[in-house]
Ligand binder design. Structure first.
Ligand code: ADP
Length: 475
């Protein structure tokens, strides 16, 4: 089967969060399973782009309203990622350091989607399936159905995979003229709440909708930033498929970013050495339990709860625990977190920013990983931490509910129900008590390390879903 994955992110080409990890792994495992999966992402000014070799396989011009942009399709020549990688080069729009956060993001990603489809219809073969990821690629299913120039793709199944339904790519009808020509009788399909809503468009037009965990699929029926009724309407073509993790990248036995590699045989020593390295770097006490947080410092991640929860937990357990925060996002939260540095010196530290290497070391060297998320469509951090023998402390939501079971129920982690300071602190207290019971601590760690969250198993579910929609179309 020939599959195109179209996305704004792909690890290690360009990463902001979990979307990149999924798009950088799922296609690799689909290829290993005998399919031909390709990935198409915009060509940002990233290290990966600068360090690798590309050839131009197609070029053209796209029209975006009154503007014309030349574009090139660059293919990475050595297939180093385990799949064919194509970058859509539109220099005026994407030759920048960051993936998102620019005023013209709407224009950038519409241009990306048009250039991608222009190229695909010019190729010899039409793919069997086009798998779009998140709202940045959400107009593609519409364009494939209704834009005159893409009529060649009208019978090609499109899938939208929702990694995060909070972000929807809304814009006004004043930008309608950016889209390639289509029969205006279909204009209503673009509308949701008086706007063009890219995610809603994808959900309406795609042949199938997938979310990145089964529980998230249930949740978006009652909480989806205004799209709840739409998700209810398309339930018949929706499926929740729990993300996998790339066990070639995330393996404590081979991970090149760790101080010491380890497996289920020597994890106690291995974790301790990584902890010592971390504690050295951040002036923490390696004899005390280490609670960490990795992620975007936003309300959806419960980031706003962290400063108060950390202050309370550190005061109640004065010099008995360590807390380490890695992340960036809301500047007020960043400031509040840094304001604790002076008071809890020696037991608390932060790294405000993005650091892939440090994240790996934290998964390995921590005892507990905090995830007090309000919204967590799947969450990869808890799966990485389980694999690295670090016990996740999670709020029961989204994919966290699908993957973490409280140790009180013979599970692999610590769970709480409310995204509140109180619940976080109570969980930290339970973890603190557990830390002293080494036998039980190690039983739980091993349970986590032995779970198979690999893509090898999971990628089959995507293939089955593709086959189902292809067969339905043919019958
Ligand atoms: P989301 O995509 O919502 O941010 P996920 O749990 O799905 O959350 O994925 C987060 C990914 O981003 C993980 O690979 C995590 O290690 C990584 N990550 C998040 N913040 C940082 C950071 N500040 N530094 C390094 N890695 C980070």
């Amino acid at each position: 089967m020939e599959i195109f994955h179209i996305s704004a992110e792909c690890y290690p080409v360009a990463k902001v969060g979990g979307l990149a990890d999924v798009v950088g792994a799922l296609p690799k495992y689909q290829n290993k399973a005998g399919h031909l999966a390709r990935v198409v992402v915009p060509c940002y000014d990233t290290k990966f782009k600068r360090d690798n070799e590309f050839e131009c396989v197609h070029w053209g011009h796209i029209k975006l309203g009154n503007f014309n942009f030349p574009f090139n399709i660059l293919k990475e020549v050595n297939n180093i990622l385990g799949f064919e990688l194509y970058l859509v080069e539109i220099n005026e729009l994407f030759d920048r350091k960051e993936v998102y956060g620019y005023q013209d993001d709407i224009e950038r990603f519409i241009a990306f989607q048009i250039a991608t489809l222009d190229w695909i219809i010019n190729r010899e073969n039409i793919p069997d399936v086009i798998n779009c990821h998140d709202h940045q690629t959400g107009l593609i299913p519409f364009m494939m159905l209704y834009c005159h120039k893409y009529q060649k793709l009208i019978n090609t199944p499109s899938i939208i995979t929702i990694h995060n339904g909070l972000y929807q790519g809304r814009f006004g009808f004043d930008k309608l003229y950016y889209l390639p020509e289509f029969d205006l009788a279909h204009v209503k399909v673009l509308e949701w709440d008086n706007c063009i809503n890219s995610l809603a468009v994808a959900v309406k037009c795609a042949w199938a909708v997938t979310t990145v965990s089964p529980n998230y699929l249930n949740e978006i029926n009652y909480s989806a930033n205004g799209l709840e009724s739409l998700f209810n309407m398309v339930r018949y073509k929706s499926k929740g498929i729990l993300n996998g993790i790339d066990i070639e990248v995330w393996d404590p036995a081979t991970d090149g970013m760790l101080e010491k590699n380890y497996s289920i045989i020597n994890y106690e020593i291995g974790k301790q050495e990584n902890k010592e390295k971390l504690c050295n770097l951040f002036n923490l006490d390696p004899t005390k339990p280490l609670f960490s947080f990795i992620g975007r410092l936003l309300e959806e991640k419960g980031g706003d709860l962290l400063p108060q929860a950390a202050a309370i937990a550190l005061s109640e357990n004065y010099q008995q625990i360590n807390i380490l925060i890695l992340g960036s996002g809301n500047t007020a939260i960043e400031k509040q977190l840094n304001s604790l540095l002076q008071d809890y010196k020696g037991n608390y530290n932060t790294f405000i920013g993005y650091n892939e290497e440090l994240a790996h070391l934290i998964y390995a060297g921590s005892d507990f990983l905090l995830m007090p998320s309000r919204v967590e469509p799947c969450g990869l951090n808890q799966m990485y931490s389980l694999r690295y023998g670090t016990i996740p402390i999670v709020r029961r939501t989204g994919g966290l509910k699908d993957t973490v079971i409280d140790f009180g129920d013979d599970g692999n982690g610590i769970c709480h129900d409310q995204a509140s300071v109180g619940d976080i602190c109570y969980s930290i207290q339970r973890a603190f008590a557990l830390y002293d019971d080494k036998k039980q601590l190690n039983t739980i760690r091993l349970r986590g390390m032995n779970i198979d969250h690999s893509w090898e198993r999971v990628c089959q579910k995507y293939i089955e879903m593709y086959k189902l929609i292809i067969n339905k179309n043919e019958s």
